[in-house]
Design a protein around this ligand. Structure first.
Ligand code: SAM
Length: 246
């Protein structure tokens, strides 16, 4: 059983692709006429020219829309696909789950003809996000271990450019920092189930921090402390696109 066979059952409910992030990812794919999505999950952000999805979790594959590209159950570290199989390969919010990053990135470069697009986060920025910094330091420790430094990723890709992915205040993809202006959402167990840093840290570890958040929301302390956020439309939660031309 893979991690996402265990934690991925509600993914299609809370992790709907955000249209603004979709536009940025599709622009990063450039004029590719064929795309392979590795660590594809339920198929978020796949452009119409997607020819194949690669995903190890059967639970995630089962959540793919019926009309989406064919999926094979496989891991990034060993992709059963020929060299140069598609113009572009994308790997979105997945590299931090891989057991062997170097092999996985080498596989992306092998099966892509022209471009690789990786959506990830810069932990040096994300660890300052209020939820983690003020309430859940144990989750910072968890992500410090698994986060992939953007510089390392770029080096493994043989050089890359990096774009910030701003998080809209009403982001429909409920990833870690998506609810930066909607703090009550983090008190919802269904929302937390779709955020791997919270689901994998475990409820026991995060319960005290969430109780403090609930208190600060009820007393108005959170809103006082974060009044600056309430007037903003987007936020830098550390999310980045790493784009490599081969
Ligand atoms: C946070 S989800 C992202 C899914 C999708 N790319 C998206 O953006 O919604 C992470 C995905 O990576 C997959 N994954 C975990 N380990 C993997 C590996 N070694 N190779 C490829 N995918 C992996 C998980 O099963 C899960 O579907």
């Amino acid at each position: 059983m893979t991690t996402y066979d265990r934690i991925g059952a509600t993914y299609a409910t809370t992790r709907r692709p955000d249209p603004r992030i979709t536009a940025q990812i599709h622009a990063a794919l450039g004029d590719a006429v064929s795309v392979i999505n590795v660590g594809a999950g339920s198929g978020s952000y796949e452009p119409p020219q997607t020819v194949l999805a690669v995903e190890p979790s059967a639970v995630m594959i089962a959540q793919r829309p019926p009309d989406s590209a064919p999926a094979i159950q496989a891991s990034a570290e060993a992709i059963p696909v020929e060299d140069d199989a598609a113009d572009a390969v994308m790997a979105l919010l997945t590299v931090h789950h891989w057991s062997d990053l170097e092999s996985g990135i080498a596989e992306l470069r092998r099966i892509a003809r022209r471009r690789v697009v990786v959506f990830t986060w810069d932990q040096t920025v994300t660890r300052t996000f209020w939820l983690l910094d003020e309430y859940l330091p144990e989750v910072i420790a968890f992500d410090d271990e698994r986060a992939v430094p953007v510089d390392r990723l770029a080096a493994l890709l043989g050089g890359a450019r990096v774009e910030e992915v701003p998080v809209p205040h009403d982001c429909t993809d409920g990833f870690g920092a998506a609810f930066w202006r909607r703090p009550e959402a983090y008190l919802d167990p269904t929302v937390r189930a779709g955020i791997s840093m919270l689901a994998q840290s475990g409820e026991d570890a995060i319960r005290p921090g969430l109780a403090r958040l609930a208190d600060d929301l009820a007393s108005g302390v959170w809103h006082e402390r974060h009044a600056d956020l309430l007037g903003r439309d987007t936020f830098d939660g550390g999310y980045r696109l790493v784009i490599a031309d081969l």
